[in-house]
Design a protein. Sequence first.
Length: 220
Amino acid sequence: MKVTRPLLASLALAAAMAVFAFVTAARVPADAVLPTHWDASGTPDAFSPALWALLMPAGLAAITSLILAIIPRIEPLQDKLEGSAPLLRAAWIGIMLLFVIIQATIGLPAYGIDMPVNAIMLGIGVMLVMLGNALPKSRPGFFVGIRTPWAIMDADNWIATHRLGGKLMMLAGLVIIVTSLAPVSPEVTAIVVLVSVFGAALVPFGYSWWLWQKGRGSKA
C-alpha cells in the first residue's frame, strides 16, 4: 500500500491547522484560555492557554498521520495488506476530518462563529459511516479492522465478522448523525453515541467468537 501521497496531504493539512492556530491565537487576549475537552452534555470541562488549545488538534493530526503511515510497513501479513487499503484510507480521512472539526469548535468563536454543540458528535457519526462502508473490504491483519484472534486466524471468520461489523458501524454512524441534528439534549446525544459505538464494537467481537465455536463444533 502506498502512503506517500496521503501522508504528504495530511501533513500539509496539519501545517495549515498550525497556521490557523497561530493566527487565531493572535486574535484573542494573551491570557485567554480555550476549551480542550467537553463533558457528556457538551459543556467544556477542561481548558488550556489559547495557543496550546488551538495547536493540539494540529499536533495530533501530524502524529496520527505518521502512525498511519508506519502501520503498512510493520504489518506482518503483507500479502493481505492491499485488501485493507480502503479501510485504512477511510480511517485516515475520517480521523483528519474529526481533528479539523475539533479545531474549528475551539477556534471559530474567536471570529464570531459558534460551532453547534453537537458538531464533534456529527463528525464522529460521519467517520463511523465511512469506516463501516470500508470494513467489509478489509482482509486479516494485526493493525487494521476488527482484530479478534478468531478472525485473524480464519479468513472466512474475518469476512463474516467484518460484513456484520460494517453494517452495524454504518447504522451506528447514521443514528449518531440523526441524533446530532435532531432537537434533543446533548446528554441524550452522548448516551446514543456511547450505546451505538459500544454496540457496533462488541456485537462483532461476540459474533466472531460464536463463528469460531460453531466451526469447532462442526469439526468435532
